[in-house]
Design a protein around this ligand. Structure first.
Ligand code: HEM
Ligand SMILES: *[C@@H]1O[C@H](CO)[C@@H](O)[C@H](O)[C@H]1NC(C)=O
Length: 161
C-alpha cells in the first residue's frame, strides 16, 4: 500500500512536472535548428527501427531509399514533425497544460488503434534524441530539457497504449 502510494505520486509527479521557461526555450531553440528537416528525421527513425516503418501500410516491406523521396513520405514526415512542433510551441506555459494533455492523449489513442506499442514509442524517442545529438547544438542542459519534455509526453502516451 505504501509502495503503491509512493508509485502513484511518482507517476503523477512525472506528468505534472512542467518545463520551466528556460527549459522550454532550450527545447524550442534546438528544435528550430532541425524542424525543417522533416524527411531526414523520419528517414533516420525508419533506418534505426525498421519495425516502425513496417507499421505504415504505404512503406511496409519497401526499401527505405526507394520511398524516402516520395510525396507520401514527405506528407507523413511533415505530419509527425508538425505535431512535435505544435506541442513544443505550447511547452513552458502552464496555461497550455490542458491543451497538451488532450493533443498527446489523442495521439496515443490514434496509435493504439493502429497497433503501435509503447516500446515502439520508446524506439522513436531513442532515434529522435540520437538525431538531435548529431544535428543541434547539444549539451547537458539541452539534453536534460529534452529528457524532461519527452518524459512528460511519453507518460501521457503510454497511459493510452
Ligand atoms: C513510434 C512508432 C510510430 C508508429 C509505428 C506510427 C505509425 C503511424 C501510422 C501507421 C500512421 C497512419 C499513416 C496513414 O495514414 O497511413 C500514423 C499517423 C500519424 N502519426 Fe504516427 N507512428 C509512430 C509514432 C508517431 C509519433 C511519435 C508521432 C508524433 C510525434 C506521430 C504522429 C503521427 C501523426 C500526426 C499522424 C497522422 C495523423 C493521424 O492519422 O493520427 N506518430 N502513425
Ligand atoms: C500562455 O498561454 C496562454 C493561453 O494559450 C496565452 O494567452 C499567454 O499569452 C501565454 N503566455 C506566454 C508568456 O506565452
Amino acid at each position: 500500500m505504501k509502495f503503491f502510494v509512493f508509485f502513484t505520486l511518482c507517476v503523477v509527479g512525472a506528468i505534472a512536472s512542467p518545463l520551466t521557461a528556460d527549459e522550454a526555450n532550450l527545447v524550442q531553440s534546438s528544435w528550430k535548428q532541425v524542424s525543417h528537416n522533416e524527411v531526414e528525421i523520419l528517414a533516420a527513425v525508419f533506418a534505426a527501427y525498421p519495425d516502425i516503418q513496417a507499421k505504415f501500410p504505404q512503406f511496409a516491406g519497401k526499401d527505405l531509399a526507394a520511398v524516402k523521396d516520395t510525396a507520401a513520405f514527405a506528407t507523413h514526415a511533415t505530419r509527425i514533425v508538425s505535431f512535435l512542433s505544435e506541442v513544443i510551441a505550447l511547452s513552458g506555459n502552464a496555461s497550455n497544460a490542458a491543451a497538451v494533455q488532450s493533443l498527446v492523449s489523442k495521439l496515443g489513442d490514434d496509435h493504439k488503434a493502429r497497433g503501435v506499442s509503447a516500446a515502439q514509442f520508446v524506439e522513436f524517442r531513442t532515434a529522435l534524441v540520437a538525431y538531435l545529438e548529431n544535428h543541434v547544438s547539444w549539451g547537458a542542459n539541452v539534453a536534460a530539457a529534452w529528457n524532461k519534455a519527452l518524459d512528460n509526453t511519453f507518460a501521457i502516451v503510454s497511459a493510452r497504449l
